[in-house]
Design a protein around this ligand. Structure first.
Ligand SMILES: Cc1cc2nc3c(=O)[nH]c(=O)nc-3n(C[C@H](O)[C@H](O)[C@H](O)COP(=O)(O)OP(=O)(O)OC[C@H]3O[C@@H](n4cnc5c(N)ncnc54)[C@H](O)[C@@H]3O)c2cc1C
Length: 536
């Protein structure tokens, strides 16, 4: 989670005299280990008019899993996972491999089960991310996104606690509308109104607390991957000739030209561009992974890209290849990836303070030389002029690769070939500089959104990934939910008429606002260290 979201309540410090405040952290936490605990917490908070938040892994960048003056339901310890090779879904429309798991299951546990049972299920690349909470409910991409679709596309049945404290089943034959909404409509923090007891109309957030889930699984599907890296600052000890910034960007254009082929091969291009102001200098790294290819086929597949880069004067040997059943994020296990955000850290350096924003670039924006050039320049502008770090994922979870699911996944996911992110690598506090003031953070946020406008301009009608986007995105309804927004808002009114659930950037979240303890309205970037009150 980004530290700023808590109101910078208690940042790790090397300054002995610094203080902590309570900030956006909850007052009490229910460490739920049974479904009954979840029910009691929801009922208690609702009856006592207390703001309630759900925390699973606590990974959400925008601070969705915290909330000031709240009771927190912590779902991480709701454990249990079983594999059934011959599962039949409640309506009988699906028979085959499936995994049932509880709300607190994390990606690494899914990966372990995959190895044990020799099958594949969709889990996050980050090993500690929860796979039933925000990840799945907001979409959930993985190394198999272009091959099997998103995590939300695999769901066969859901058990959840709704705003009235009931346990409900949701699948295509029962509570089908709720089933539709949970699969893409976004995770949410339950909260209760603390300011205006007479407010009755539309509430915000999502639809309930998922306690367990059944998802499709697939036959073991190996992934072959290799990395490409080039930089204006060559690696120490490297014999490669240095390249100019212009050559670097020509190399980037060559990569974009190739990137559609990665999607069409069912693969993933997982990349970073670090700006010249970064410690690595202007640097591009990409891990290209493709399912179901032998190493010979893989080499054949990437050769045209390597050839093009070599022709440009960017020396590229054939990468060392890895074949595996599951794929972790390269930055989690590649100690040589010095520029990576999760590589070795020094005291006081927090990765969790980042302002992040995202945009889906549709296939059309890379399909002709002129649209490709426009997209390339828009990305270059953000890195070069904005000094922002670019993080890209080339994947394509089209409806057909995803099995034509009927769910509320952001329609912009279905046409994308690039999930592009930009973040302020220097928005975090470095252990020496003073923590950024609210005004300074607000200014940086405005700046980031200003750069996002450039991406919005070249991707009209597309969207942004709610789980890795900016919850305070200028056009958040269209960006996170697209044409599904109105239906989701209706569902919200139906399933949560009292407004028990709320999440920043969630459906209907503009009906509520975070205020100071004395009721004072806040300006600028929204942090969670206040009361949640009905707007108006
Ligand atoms: C290191 C790292 C790696 C990541 N890797 C990926 C990746 O590979 N693919 C990807 O798509 N995203 C990835 N993400 C983004 C991730 O999807 C989001 O951070 C997501 O919100 C995490 O969900 P969570 O439930 O684990 O986190 P939390 O922060 O605990 O929860 C996030 C939101 O979901 C709600 N929620 C949680 N549990 C439930 C529940 N049981 N019922 C209802 N609502 C619930 C919470 O209230 C909150 O609003 C990554 C993030 C990080 C930090």
């Amino acid at each position: 989670m980004s530290q700023w979201a808590s109101g910078n309540a208690c940042t790790p410090t090397s300054q002995p005299n610094s203080n902590c405040t309570h900030g956006g952290w909850p007052e009490y936490v229910v460490r739920a280990t049974t479904l009954r605990h979840v029910q009691l917490a929801v009922k208690f908070a609702r009856n006592q008019n207390i703001r309630l938040v759900i925390k699973n892994s606590g990974h959400d960048f925008n601070g969705k899993s915290i909330g000031g003056y709240s009771l927190s339901v912590w779902t991480r310890n709701l454990k249990g996972m079983t594999y059934d090779p011959n599962y039949t879904s409640p309506t009988g429309s699906y028979t085959g491999r499936a995994v049932a798991y509880a709300a607190g299951t994390q990606a690494s546990e899914g990966s372990t089960l995959m190895r044990q049972k020799n099958m594949v299920m969709i889990v996050a690349g980050g090993s500690t991310v929860g796979i039933a909470g925000g990840f799945l409910q907001g979409g959930g991409h993985s190394a198999y996104t272009s091959y099997y679709g998103l995590a939300a596309d695999q769901v066969l049945a859901i058990t959840a606690v709704t705003a009235d404290g009931r346990v409900v089943e949701a699948h295509e034959g029962e509570n089908a509308d709720l089933f539709w909404a949970f699969r893409g409509g976004g995770g949410g923090n339950p909260s209760h109104q603390k300011g205006n007891p007479t407010a009755t109309d539309q509430r915000s957030g999502t639809f309930g607390i998922v306690t367990s889930i059944v998802v499709k699984a697939f036959p073991a599907t190996s992934i072959t991957s290799g990395s490409v890296r080039f930089s204006t600052t060559p690696d120490r000890g490297s014999s490669a000739p240095p390249i100019s910034a212009e050559t670097f960007w020509a190399g980037m254009r060559a990569y974009w030209e190739f990137s559609i082929a990665i999607c069409d091969a069912g693969g993933l291009g997982y990349s970073f561009i670090y700006p010249s102001s970064s410690s690595a200098g202007l640097t591009f790294t990409v891990s290209i992974s493709v399912p179901n290819k032998t190493t010979t086929q893989y080499r054949q597949f990437v050769r045209p890209l390597l050839q093009k880069l070599n022709d440009l004067g960017i020396q590229q040997p054939m990468p060392t290849l890895k074949r595996s059943l599951t794929l972790s994020f390269p930055y989690e296990n590649d100690p040589t990836n010095k520029a990576s955000p999760l590589s070795k850290r020094v005291i006081g350096e927090t990765t969790g303070h980042t302002l992040i924003a995202s945009r889906f670039f549709p296939r059309t924006t890379f399909s002709t030389p002129s649209t490709l050039e426009t997209s390339h320049l828009a990305i270059r502008h953000v890195v070069e002029n904005g000094s922002l770090t670019f993080h890209g994922m080339n994947y394509a979870p089209t409806l057909s690769v995803s099995g034509n699911p009927n769910n509320s996944v952001n329609p912009a996911f279905r046409t994308t070939v690039l999930h592009a992110q930009a973040y302020e690598s220097n928005a975090h506090w470095d252990g020496k500089a003073p923590i950024l003031s609210h005004e300074a953070l607000t200014e940086r946020h405005q700046r980031l959104q200003g750069y996002m406008q450039g991406w919005r301009n070249v991707t009209p009608g597309s969207g942004s990934y709610i789980n890795e986007g900016d919850a305070q995105e200028w056009e958040w309804k269209e960006a996170f939910f697209g044409s599904n927004y109105e239906r989701l808002a209706r569902m919200k009114r139906e399933w949560d008429p009292e407004g028990v659930f709320w999440a920043i950037g969630g459906v209907g979240s503009d009906e509520w606002e975070v205020r100071d303890l004395d009721g004072g309205k806040r300006e600028g970037i929204v942090t969670q260290d206040g009361r949640l009150c009905k707007v108006g």
